[in-house]
Design a binder for this molecule. Structure first.
Ligand SMILES: [Fe+2]
Length: 388
């Protein structure tokens, strides 16, 4: 019998479109219906009547296992409901309705979460993915507009079963309603499954997008620092490297008020897992006034002091946050912090970022929902920053 084995999950929300993906166990067709619901009172979800006004439907009659349907002509920052359908000659299957929300436009506040290492930790733990279930459930309570995964979402990306065991399985409920972005970590292992399952803009291992007043740039640090030369460079961090050139072009063209860059290997983290060669990117990030960098790879939460030109600079520095979220392996870490460390805690966690035009508010939250670190970056109309 035809069965949905991954998803549905949401990809690449823009102000007027979104992509809905799922996987079936055998090849079948794809169809998505989008509904608007009549709202009762002023609430959300439970206060909507059953969705019954079809806005649009998109079909793909070709048979495939991994389904991807992009819905266009939607309204910005709007909650819709969606249902998916697949069928082949013998049977049919459907799921939904589930809510989705399109991206907000400029000037509209929003929030997102950041985490990672759902696979890198679980490869060593004995909870068989339960910790990831709890992490996704806790993130869901904060109702982010989307989530960034900063790599190592599986233990071995070339193992097909890992993608369900560590990522799509534990995250099923969360991903039905919350779009996600991710970058490649070393545990993705250069696997083709990443390219199959992700609906990001080509070439998928690096890309950028705008959401509200933030420009996000994703990099593939495992391409800059190849496996066989880790943690040292193969001289890829230079003009002429396509990704290096993309980074400069992309930041040059970015017009949003805030700029956030994320990639897996951390240029700055205490404990022995930093990849210092990636500091060659920092002058570019500084030149184009990036506000915040998210990394992972070390299974820890760590926030750096603001850093510029390799030194602490509270006026113009960039804050580097390692959100090695799902796991906590304190015994992996050296017992002392580094000069660039502001706050560090080895507990399972995620980071919530609340964005307005005037402020980025960063909050680190543990598995039980306890807030254990906060930071605000404020920037006035002249671009003068204040980090609190
Ligand atoms: Fe890693």
């Amino acid at each position: 019998m035809l069965t949905i084995i991954k998803g549905p999950y949401l990809q690449w929300p823009t102000i007027n479109s979104i992509t809905i993906m799922w996987e079936t166990d055998i090849p079948s067709s794809s169809k998505v219906e989008i509904y608007l619901a009549e709202r009762i009172h002023s609430g959300y979800q439970g206060n909507y009547k059953k969705p019954e006004y079809i806005v649009t439907a998109v079909c793909d009659e070709s048979f495939r296992n991994i389904h991807s349907i992009t819905i266009e002509h939607l309204l910005p920052g709007t909650t819709y409901f969606y249902k998916i359908y697949s069928e082949n000659d013998k049977s049919e299957v459907e799921a939904g309705p589930y809510p989705l929300k399109t991206a907000v436009g400029r000037g509209v506040p929003f929030s997102f979460t950041v985490t990672s290492e759902t696979g890198g930790y679980s490869g060593f733990d004995q909870t068989n993915g339960q910790l990831n279930v709890d992490l996704f459930a806790q993130m869901q309570r904060y109702r982010p507009d989307f989530t960034l995964f900063v790599g190592d979402v599986v233990n071995d990306g070339k193992e097909y079963a890992d993608w369900d065991k560590y990522f799509f399985g534990p995250g099923r409920d969360f991903m039905r309603t919350t779009p996600f972005y991710s970058c490649l970590g070393n545990h993705e292992n250069y696997a083709s499954w990443y390219y199959e399952f992700m609906g990001f803009a080509p070439p998928k291992n690096y890309y950028s997008f705008d959401y509200g007043d933030v420009h996000f740039t994703c990099l593939d640090s495992t391409d800059f620092v190849k496996k066989d030369s880790y943690p040292f460079s193969q001289d890829e961090l230079r003009p002429g490297n396509p990704q290096y050139d993309f980074l400069i072009r992309d930041l040059q063209a970015a017009t949003a008020k805030w700029k956030i860059v994320y990639f897996h290997y951390p240029p700055y983290v205490s404990g022995g897992y930093q990849v210092e060669v990636l500091r060659q990117l920092c002058p570019i990030l500084e030149e184009y006034e990036v506000d915040l960098v998210f990394n992972s790879h070390t299974i820890v939460y760590e926030r750096s002091h603001p850093i510029r030109a390799g030194e602490i600079d509270f006026d113009k520095g960039i804050v580097y946050i390692v959100s090695g979220g799902a796991g906590a392996m304190p015994d992996w870490l050296l017992p002392k912090r580094d000069w660039h460390t502001s706050q560090s805690l080895a507990v399972p966690h995620f980071v919530q970022v609340v964005v307005t035009l005037e402020q980025l508010e960063v909050r680190a939250i543990d598995l039980e929902g306890r807030l254990f670190d906060t930071m605000q970056i404020r920037k006035n109309a002249d671009g003068v920053k204040m980090i609190l």
